[in-house]
Design a protein around this ligand. Structure first.
Ligand SMILES: Nc1nc2c(c(=O)[nH]1)N[C@@H](CNc1ccc(C(=O)N[C@@H](CCC(=O)N[C@@H](CCC(=O)N[C@@H](CCC(=O)O)C(=O)O)C(=O)O)C(=O)O)cc1)CN2
Ligand code: MET
Ligand SMILES: [Zn+2]
Length: 813
């Protein structure tokens, strides 16, 4: 059996740095994992068949990485849902409400239950019923709601939030990490198992303990460490040589206690498993004031993100790294799809090599490759020049190996290496010089932005009168008190997705496809009228995704066929690629908004995705600041907003659900971001007349610390997600005295549950205590695209009834 530990020896012998990888996408190049998982949930695939798909994906991934020239290949990075959830199962931290008892093994169905909740038996678990935005799948029984889900750092990936209580106990409760190591070993690959580190695990979770709400979860470290010790010892016994522990919290603001927890944890772990080489990985940002702590951890190697670090810090690390430690340089960007620029990297690497020597240097991508698509091989439709600029996961691994080979070569490089370097330089040059990237007219428009372009003509109180009337005058919109509306999308049924696929394949003409979408839109408008909603939406049936759809219509964006990335569980996104200056060749949404408005006398809300969200959910260019790209998008959206207004649309929603996610990981960097992000939104919105109502929508909570910036966006109406937190979120809006109109969500769209009228009335009462009555709207938490009609019909009918009751009780008209 040839195992990869031989390559460790080989590397030492030939004195070249080791290559390794932190994690590989598990979804499969054709989304095999999604299809199998959803089939299993639907009862169409057996547990054994699902496990078989998993095993096959792991085998392929390991083989791919070996072929690419990676010495230390990860295991344990595969997961059927989420790697943090896998850690929860490993350490037996299953929340008590799932009825699992410490001492047993956590099986696959319990994993899925934690992630998705358990419904009352008998309710269909259909494909479209998963949560749409962020959170849990509260089943009909309160004992079985899912664990919360939240954003993984500043990515569009969501992890399952660990829950802690004062009485939480841990025990080794899953064999997955051992099984996968042995599985790979049987294939001749001695992998490097990957675990979420204990301190990040605690930091990224939250206390859910009604008896001890103020409990400090770091007190659990002592109880948690023995399980990690057991895991490490068992891995060592199975033959592991290296183990990777992810502690990405190094990129966050940490307090002294958290830093101490890192020191304590690794002192314990290193002492308990002296035969193992521990590699602690941090990524997504520089270490700053956490640097000394990480440098002092008693481990074999420290991995840092060299694509997001600052270069002075990296130089310091190279110079100050203790002699008993190796440095893993994450030099190939795991968060973007661009090819590396070797010429820019090699000098710095040569310097690191000269200082550290081959034995103390490892090469890797910056972070797990789960944030990029699998392989470029299947992209048939990208033109050769453009494709030549890109690297997905598989290609990034080859880059790591090439960089190592180029550096390890003594004397003249081999012809292969020389050719690889030349090809890389040619690609970089072609991209730098491409006329497709630079559009002087776009840059000229950005340069011409005037301070007044960020401001509406009048302040909100005057706009309010123009829009909704007041002081005896009628406004442009005839709305009752507590107007009802929805957030935009209606159910994206399998029929709609199937029709779009047929259209894409050329099996359905554009005329036929549009006729089909029109019919769906008509039905949606009729439904909203019948149920009695005041401000309508067209349903967004024509959209595959709220970002990809705009990417497909804007210049400067490319879209891919297979560029899927996991967003959460079995839900994936295909982020468009922003490669050049952004421009709008023609109106994007006017056709559908006008069509929908023509069907009804009620106001039809135009529906756009905001500049920050488009940026945040795309792969972005790395040759200009994010701010500049966002302003280009904002100008394109501004033109669209004005076209909608000219087409007679009286209310336009500009969604910014990723506004919070875009916030830098370090508080010290917030002010700069908030300044340009707010301005980008204002630029997109401010061109309209006073009587055109601008809405925005956000569905990721925790606005408390940025509420003043949200107010500064100056939307006339903001709809936000609040129902799950029982309106807790509104606290921020009260303390701050949010000046404009607000629709706090009263219907949790992440759940298949139909909210009863009384419940929504009660939520409105809560909101009415803290928000001026005349500012309140009634709406769901988010769009309805992931729900089914069977739930949406009665839920919206109940919502309208709730608004009627509130109006009768508290309203004037
Ligand atoms: N970009 C983005 N990020 C976001 C969100 C979002 O809406 N968009 N919401 C938040 C939560 N994240 C989410 C991410 C994905 C989905 C989601 O529903 N994804 C769909 C894919 C959406 C899509 O692009 N659909 C395409 C392609 C659909 C498809 O798979 N078609 C089938 C065939 C159709 C069929 O028969 O089902 C195929 O190609 O094989 C379309 O509708 O055209 C999925 O994984 O199932 C929901 C929420 C945060 N981040
Ligand atoms: C993730 S926010 C979604 C907003 C969008 N307008 C929708 O309703 O789907
Ligand atoms: Zn939303």
């Amino acid at each position: 059996m040839t195992t990869n530990s031989n390559s460790t020896a080989a590397a030492a012998a030939s004195a070249r740095p080791l290559t390794h990888n932190l994690g590989y996408p598990r979804i499969g190049e054709k989304r095999e994992l999604k299809k199998a998982t959803e089939a299993y949930w639907a009862g169409k695939l057996s547990r054994a068949e699902l496990e078989q798909v998993g095993a096959e994906l792991r085998r392929q991934n390991w083989e791919t990485q070996r072929r690419a020239g990676i010495d230390l290949i990860p295991s344990g990075d595969f997961t059927f849902y989420d790697q943090v959830l896998d850690t929860t199962c490993l350490v037996g931290n299953v929340p008590p409400r799932f009825g699992w008892k410490l001492g047993g093994q956590v099986d696959l169905d319990t994993r899925f239950a934690i992630a998705r909740g358990v419904r009352r038996s008998g309710s269909a678990d259909e494909k479209g019923s998963e949560c749409g935005c962020k959170n849990d799948e509260k089943g009909s029984s309160p004992a079985t709601y899912a664990s919360e889900m939240t954003k993984w750092f500043d990515t569009n990936y969501h992890y399952i939030v660990p829950e802690f209580r004062a009485d939480t106990q841990f025990a080794l409760s899953a064999t997955k990490i051992f099984d996968e190591f042995s599985e790979a070993l049987a294939l001749g690959i001695r992998t490097k198992p990957v675990l979420t580190g204990p301190v990040s695990y605690l930091k990224l979770g939250k206390v859910q303990d009604s008896k001890n709400p103020g409990f400090n979860r770091f007190e659990l470290l002592e109880r948690l460490l023995p399980v990690y010790v057991q895991v490490l010892q068992k891995l060592a016994a199975l033959g592991a040589e290296w183990v990777q522990l992810d502690e990405p919290i190094g990129a966050l603001d940490l307090n002294d206690e958290e830093r101490r927890a890192l020191s304590t944890a690794y002192a314990t772990l290193a002492a308990a498993a002296p035969q193992l080489k521990l590699l602690v990985a941090t990524y997504f940002g520089p270490l700053r004031e956490n640097l000394a702590t990480y440098l002092a951890l008693p481990v074999a190697a420290l991995h840092i993100d060299a694509t997001r670090g600052d270069s002075e810090e990296i130089t310091r690390i190279v110079n100050e790294l203790p002699a008993d430690k190796a440095l893993s340089l994450g030099l190939v960007d795991g968060r973007n799809i661009w090819k590396s620029d070797f010429a820019a990297q090699l000098p710095r690497l040569q310097d690191a090599l000269a200082k550290l020597g081959t034995g103390r240097l490892l090469f890797a991508p910056s972070c797990s490759l789960q944030h990029v698509p699998v392989t470029l091989r299947n992209e048939q439709k990208l033109d050769a020049e453009f494709k030549g600029w890109l690297a997905y996961a598989e290609e990034k691994l080859s880059e790591v190996a090439t960089l190592r080979d180029a550096l390890a070569a003594t004397g003249a490089p081999s012809p292969e290496i020389a050719a690889a370097l030349a090809a890389n330089a040619a690609a970089a040059e072609s991209r730098r010089k491409s006329p497709r990237i630079h559009r002087p007219e776009v840059k000229a428009r950005v340069a011409k932005i005037a301070p007044s372009d960020f401001d509406r003509s009048s302040p909100y109180p005057a706009r309010r009168i123009a829009q909704r009337g007041g002081s005896g005058a009628a406004g442009r919109l005839d709305l009752p008190d507590f107007p009802t509306t929805s957030i935009g999308s209606f159910p994206q049924t399998p029929e709609i997705r199937a029709a779009r696929l047929k259209h894409k394949r050329g099996e359905l003409s554009t005329a036929e496809y549009e006729k089909f979408i029109e019919a769906e839109t008509v039905a949606c408008v009729r439904f909203q009228e019948e149920v009695g909603i005041d401000m309508l939406v067209h349903g967004e049936y024509e959209r595959n995704d709220m970002v990809e759809y705009f990417g497909e219509q804007l210049d400067g964006f490319a879209f891919t066929e297979h560029g899927w990335v996991q967003s959460y569980g079995s839900r994936y996104v295909k982020p468009p690629i922003i490669f050049g200056d952004v421009a709008r060749p023609k109106p994007m949404t006017v056709r559908w908004s006008s069509f929908a408005q023509s069907l009804t006398k009620r106001p039809m809300k135009g529906m756009l995705t905001g500049p920050v969200t488009v940026l945040q959910w795309s792969f972005v260019r790395d040759d200009q600041p994010r701010r500049d790209t966002t302003f280009e998008i904002a100008i394109a959206l501004r033109d669209e907003v004005l076209d909608l207004e000219a087409a007679g649309i009286a209310a336009i929603q500009i969604d910014e659900p990723a506004f919070r996610e875009g916030l830098p990981l370090r508080r010290a960097d917030w002010a700069y971001y908030l300044d340009w992000a707010v301005n980008a939104f204002r630029l997109s919105a401010a061109g309209v007349r006073d009587d055109t109502q601008i809405h925005t929508h956000m569905c990721y909570s925790e606005f408390n610390d940025i509420i003043d910036s949200i107010a500064a966006m100056d939307a006339d109406v903001i709809t936000i997600e609040t129902s799950r937190s029982n309106m807790e979120l509104l606290g921020a809006f009260v303390d701050f005295k949010y000046p404009n109109e607000i629709g706090p969500g009263v219907y949790d769209i992440h759940s298949p549950r139909i909210p009863p009228v009384e419940e929504m009335v009660a939520l409105m009462h809560k909101a009415a205590q803290v928000i001026p009555l005349e500012n309140l709207w009634v709406n769901p938490d988010c769009g309805l695209k992931t729900r089914g009609w069977a739930e949406v019909r009665p839920a919206l009918a109940n919502m309208v009834e709730a608004a009627r009751q509130i109006r009768a009780e508290l309203g004037n008209k």
